[in-house]
Design a protein around this ligand. Structure first.
Ligand code: ADP
Ligand code: MG
Length: 694
C-alpha cells in the first residue's frame, strides 16, 4: 500500500505524479507521508488587523483587495489585505514578477510575520498561505502546515493548500497500513508516540506540542536506524574479517614504555590498552583516537607501532602535511630504538632516497614508514603492512584511506584527530569506529594563560613581546589574511610583518603563509625551530604542525574572525615547553557583544571538548559534519545533532540491544551494504525497517 505510486491518489494523475517526482523526489505514498511541513502557521495566534501593533509577531487572515507595484527608487510589490477590521500590506522586495502572478485580488490569504508601519500597517516578506474557502476545516484548523515548494511546483499550482489536501487524502486511506517497527514494550518504555500517530500529527497537529512530539518520534526512528546500521556494520567487519594475527611481544613494547623520559598519563595508558586489545583481537581494528593538541596522541601511536613491529609487521603513518610528517618522523627517531628502521617519505624526498626506501619496504627491512599522501602511490609496496595510522584523519578522503588499506592484508587502522568533536556528534558521525579519548594533559604542562585585549591596547602587548623576546622566548603572531584586502577591513599578515619589523629592529622576524613555495615554508619552520627566528608572523598555516617548545606566546589579531575550535588549535601551539605561556587575543574596539562572548569562552576554559560544544551551538553542525568528508556526511531530516543528545544516546543503546539479538549479521548486512549511510537511512526508513527487525 505505502509503496504504491502516488499517481493513484485522488487529485494526482500521471502528470502531477511526474512533477512531484522530478521536483521533490516524491514517488510513493510513503514518500508523500514523510514529506515534511517546512513550518506551521499557528492560527491560534491569528489576530484582527486592528489589534496588530508594530513589532508584534502575528498571523492575519484576509481577502486581497489590491496588488500593486509601489516605491520610487526601489520598487516593491504591495499586497493589501482586508479582514473587515482594518487593512494591512504584505510587502515583497524580491521576486516581484513572481508574486504579482501569485496573488490575485479576491484570494483569501494568511500573512504571518513581524508588523511594521510605513504609511500603513505592513509585514515585509510575510510567510503566506492561501486559505481558500474558510469553511474548509483542513486549512483553518488551529495549526496549519506549510510545505516546501519550488518555482516549478508553484507555477503548476502546487501550494501548501494542495499539499495539505493530497497528504490528508493519503493519510485517510493508508493510516492503518503504517506499521510500528518497534515492539510495544519498547514504544511504551521509551514513551514514544506510535509511528502512525506521529506521521499523522507531523502534518496535522492539534497543538504545537503534538507537532513537537511527532518530530521526536520521527527523529528517534532516524537516529535508531542509523545507529543500527553502524552497529551492524561494525559487527559485520568483526565477523567477516576474522583472521588470526601474529602475536605481539609484550615485553618489547612494555620495555619501550619504560624507556620514555616521562610517565604516561592515565588516559594515555587507557588508550594504549584499548589499542593493544584491538591489535590482539581476531578482527581488524577500526579505532579513532581523539585528544586535544599536545595531549600525547603521537606517543600512543608510537607505542602501538612498537607493538606491531614486535609481531613482525610493518607500520604506515600518514599525516596531512610535510611539516607534520617531518615532525612525527623526528619524534619517532628520538624515541624508537635504533634497531628499528624508521623512514620518511614525502613529495620532496629525493629520488635516490625514495628508491632505497621503496625497496626497503618491499623486502621488509623498513619497519615504520612515516609520510604524506606520497604513501598512497602505486609504487609504494609493503612486504607485510599490518598497521595504518592516519593523523588528522578528516583531512583525507575515504578513498585515500581505503587505498592505503589495500596495501596490507586486513591491516589494523588507527585514525587520530585533534579536533575535539562533541560527544553527541561523534556518536552519530563516528558510530562505525571505536573511540578512545585522551582528555588529560601531561602533568608537566604549565597551563596557558589566555588574555583578550582591544586592539587599541596593542602598544602594551608589543612591550610584553619585547620583554619576553629579550628573555629568549619566541612568538607566533597570527592574522586572518595574507595581504590587505579592499573588501575587508582587516589587518593582513604582510602589512603586520612590515610594522613589526619596524617596531622590533633588533629581532629576527619572518613571514609565513600558505602561498609560499613548500621548500620556503620548510626553511622558515626549520629556522623558527632552531631559534634563528624570534617572531613568526603567519596566517593559520601554523594551525597544525609545529611543535616548538621555546615558543611561549601566540598573539592572534582579529580573534573574532576565527572559529572557537580553530582558536583553540592555534593556542595549542604554545605551552609545549617549560616556560609559562600566553595566548593573546586581540579584537576590534567596536566588537559586538556576541563576538565578545565567544572570546570569553576561550579565556575561561581550555577544555577542547567544552569549546567544541560551544562552537557547535553557535555555528551549527555543518562545520563538523563537513569534516566527515566525501559523501559520508549525514543530513538529518528530523533529528538535531545538538539538541537531541539524549535521543542519540538512547537510540544508540537500543540499536545495540537489537543488533545483539540478531544471528546472521553478515547476511543481513550484505542486503543493505551497497548504499552509503545516508541512503541507508533513507532506505531503512522506507523499505527495510520491518524486514530488518523481523
Ligand atoms: P599530540 O600528538 O596529541 O598533539 P604529542 O604526542 O605530540 O601530542 O605530545 C606533545 C608533547 O608532549 C610531545 O613533546 C611529547 O613528547 C610530550 N608528551 C607526550 N606524552 C607525555 C607525558 N605523558 N608526559 C610528558 N610529556 C608527554
Ligand atoms: Mg600531534
Amino acid at each position: 500500500m505505502l509503496d504504491q505510486s502516488i499517481q493513484y491518489l485522488k487529485g494526482i494523475g500521471p502528470k502531477r505524479a511526474q512533477l512531484l517526482k522530478q521536483e521533490m523526489g516524491i514517488e510513493t505514498i510513503e514518500d508523500l507521508l514523510y514529506f515534511l511541513p517546512r513550518k506551521y502557521i499557528d492560527r491560534s495566534n491569528t489576530k484582527l488587523i486592528k489589534d496588530c501593533f508594530v513589532n508584534d509577531y502575528v498571523t492575519v487572515a484576509g481577502v486581497i483587495k489590491e496588488v500593486k507595484i509601489s516605491g520610487h527608487r526601489r520598487k516593491f510589490l504591495e499586497v493589501v489585505i482586508d479582514d473587515g477590521s482594518d487593512t494591512l500590506s504584505g510587502v515583497f522586495f524580491g521576486g516581484i514578477q513572481y508574486f504579482l502572478k501569485l496573488f490575485e485580488v479576491g484570494d483569501m490569504v494568511l500573512f504571518s510575520g513581524k508588523v511594521d508601519y510605513y504609511n500603513t500597517k505592513q509585514i515585509a516578506h510575510p510567510e503566506y498561505d492561501f486559505i481558500g474557502d474558510s469553511s474548509d476545516a483542513l486549512h483553518t484548523g488551529r495549526i496549519v502546515p506549510i510545505y516546501p515548494s519550488t518555482e516549478t511546483l508553484k507555477t503548476h499550482g502546487f501550494n501548501s493548500r494542495v499539499f495539505r489536501k493530497i497528504i490528508h487524502n493519503a493519510l485517510e486511506i493508508t493510516k492503518q497500513h503504517i506499521q510500528e517497527p518497534f515492539d510495544s514494550e519498547m514504544v511504551y518504555r521509551l514513551k514514544l508516540m506510535p509511528l502512525s500517530q506521529a506521521i499523522q500529527q507531523i502534518h496535522f497537529p492539534a497543538t504545537m506540542d503534538e507537532a513537537h512530539q511527532a518530530r521526536v518520534r520521527l527523529a528517534f526512528n532516524e537516529l535508531f536506524f542509523l545507529q543500527y546500521y553502524l552497529h551492524l556494520s561494525r559487527q559485520y567487519i568483526k565477523e567477516t574479517q576474522k583472521h588470526s594475527k601474529p602475536v605481539i611481544n609484550e615485553s618489547l613494547y612494555n620495555h619501550f614504555i619504560h624507556t620514555l623520559p616521562f610517565a604516561l598519563t592515565d588516559d594515555q595508558k587507557k588508550a594504549v590498552q584499548e589499542i593493544i586489545n584491538d591489535l590482539n583481537a581476531d578482527f581488524p581494528m577500526n579505532r579513532l583516537l581523539q585528544g586535544d593538541v599536545g595531549s600525547g596522541k603521537t606517543v600512543v601511536a608510537m607505542i602501538a607501532s612498537m607493538a606491531v613491529v614486535s609481531r613482525g609487521q610493518q607500520v604506515a603513518f600518514m599525516a596531512p602535511t610535510e611539516i607534520l610528517a617531518q615532525q612525527h618522523y623526528t619524534t619517532f627517531k628520538k624515541f624508537v630504538p635504533e634497531s628499528i628502521h624508521v623512514q620518511l617519505l614525502t613529495g620532496s624526498t629525493p629520488a635516490v632516497h625514495r628508491k632505497a626506501i621503496l625497496s626497503g619496504l618491499k623486502e621488509g627491512s623498513v619497519n615504520i614508514l612515516i609520510g604524506t599522501h606520497a604513501l598512497i602511490q602505486e609504487s609504494v609496496q609493503f612486504a607485510n603492512l599490518g598497521f595504518i595510522i592516519i593523523d588528522e584523519q578528516h583531512r583525507f578522503g575515504v578513498n585515500q584511506r581505503a587505498s592505503l588499506r589495500t596495501k596490507g592484508y586486513m591491516p589494523d587502522l588507527l585514525v587520530m584527530t585533534a579536533t575535539p568533536i562533541p560527544r553527541s556528534l561523534s556518536l552519530t558521525l563516528y558510530g562505525d569506529l571505536d573511540i578512545s579519548i585522551i582528555k588529560q594533559k601531561p602533568a608537566n604542562r604549565i597551563p596557558i594563560t589566555t588574555l583578550a585585549f582591544p586592539v587599541s591596547k596593542i602598544d602594551a602587548v608589543y612591550r610584553s613581546l619585547e620583554k619576553y623576546m629579550d628573555e629568549g622566548r619566541q612568538v607566533y603572531y597570527v592574522l586572518p589574511l595574507i595581504e590587505d584586502s579592499e573588501k575587508l577591513d582587516l589587518k593582513s599578515a604582510t602589512a603586520t610583518y612590515e610594522q613589526l619589523v619596524e617596531r622590533f629592529p633588533t629581532k629576527k622576524i619572518a613571514l609565513l603563509h600558505g602561498k609560499l613555495p613548500n621548500d620556503e615554508k620548510e626553511k622558515i619552520m626549520q629556522e623558527f625551530n632552531n631559534h634563528t627566528i624570534d617572531l613568526l608572523v603567519s596566517t593559520t598555516v601554523i594551525e597544525v604542525g609545529i611543535d616548538v617548545a621555546n615558543a611561549s606566546i601566540i598573539v592572534i589579531e582579529h580573534a573574532e574572525r576565527f572559529g572557537l575550535s580553530q582558536l583553540h588549535q592555534l593556542r595549542g601551539r604554545v605551552g609545549r615547553g617549560e616556560h609559562k605561556s600566553f595566548c593573546v587575543l586581540m579584537y576590534p574596539d567596536d566588537i559586538s557583544q556576541e563576538s565578545m562572548h565567544r572570546i570569553h569562552i576561550l579565556t575561561s576554559t581550555d577544555d577542547g571538548f567544552v569549546i567544541a560544544e560551544e562552537d557547535l551551538k553557535m555555528r551549527g553542525a555543518g562545520e563538523f559534519i563537513g569534516t566527515r568528508q566525501h559523501g559520508q556526511g549525514i543530513a538529518f531530516e528530523f533529528a538535531d545533532p545538538i539538541n537531541d543528545f539524549e535521543l542519540i544516546k538512547i537510540s544508540r543503546e537500543e540499536a545495540q540491544k537489537q543488533v545483539e539479538r540478531l544471528k546472521d549479521i553478515p547476511a543481513l548486512f550484505e542486503n543493505i551494504k551497497r548504499t552509503h549511510a545516508m541512503n541507508i537511512l533513507e532506505g531503512l526508513r522506507k523499505k527495510h525497517i520491518l524486514a530488518l527487525l523481523s
